[in-house]
Design a protein around this ligand. Sequence first.
Ligand code: GTP
Ligand code: MG
Length: 346
Amino acid sequence: MSIGPMNHTAPHGGRTARIGLWGASGSGKTSYLASLFVAVNQTQGRWNIVGVDKESVDFLAEKTDTLTRRRRFPLKTEGIQHLSWTVMGTTEQTVRERWRKRTETVPLHIQLDMIDAPGGYFKGAEEDEKAGEDLDIDIDFNDAEDASAGGGNTPEDLIDQLTECDGIIYLFDPLRENEHGDEFQHFQWALQNIVHRAAQNGTLDGMHLPHHLAVCITKLDAPKVFHTASKRGCLTVDPDDPYLFPRVRDDKVEDLFRDLGRLSPTRSALMVHDAIKASFHPGRVRYFATSAVGFYLGRRATRFRVADFQNVIPDPDERQKYAIRGDIHPINVLEPLLWLGQQTRR
Ligand SMILES: Nc1nc2c(ncn2[C@@H]2O[C@H](COP(=O)(O)OP(=O)(O)OP(=O)(O)O)[C@@H](O)[C@H]2O)c(=O)[nH]1
Ligand SMILES: [Mg+2]
């Protein structure tokens, strides 16, 4: 597995999928990216990832270290950060011959240009103060100067950049929504501006945005989210997973999104769900239930135990609000990226 830099010209000649991350402050955007290297490693050699430039190489190396060795979460993002990675693997392709069809395995390289910005930007110019309260500010891997490299650095610039993306990963944090109930406020400011910009650019596809959208429920490992998914009968296990970690059934994720939305004081996530339906092409939206850190697995345990699953605990050093208890086992971190990468190649 490599995180070294590579030549910017893709060896496969494939096109780059530009992907933006969208989500309120503290919804888990940076943690999601920070867990990507481990998520790729989990595939046991089926996928590999390399940084395209130094900033992207350093991001993977530093953030992986933060989550896995230091067992801490990344700090609140300052400014817009551009990251560029190539994810390499193989895919099955159907080949039509004269009398029959057959599948063959072909190399697949997905160029990802990612944008990570502070969640406060999705509400417009006004700063989100609440989200920073629980985060430590003395160790900063997100150098503000680096972060502003490669494009403007205001909420309006972020809207421009998202409008130009092929795919968007929208992170919905049910814990934040449960506490603040302001998801729709965040969502609609950005959405209305993206639609407006796409209309100006002439890229609207009828009444829909041209983007593919991966809607990711974050923090599945958190007890409130996990128990809701469990009570609603949404959980399943992948028999190929040696640790038998629970996952949300593909056909239940969208229902879970609505169920979690109903638990919030304002039910604003229900309006987000309706707004997604109104603005994105139905065939271009997919829901995922994710966790950057995944469930806890005891040192000697060989499989998931529902009696002891929490991998996020109060920080014993009290430097940050939370710390990570054991190894991380990202859930559905690579999958949305592969889905977006594959969709946008077509
Ligand atoms: N339980 C759990 N908590 C998480 C997870 N990912 C992130 N968190 C928590 O959410 C907090 C915020 O995560 P970040 O990744 O910084 O969120 P962000 O969206 O990048 O935030 P901004 O940069 O402020 O917009 C972390 O400090 C953790 O406390 C996860 O997978 N599980
Ligand atoms: Mg961040």
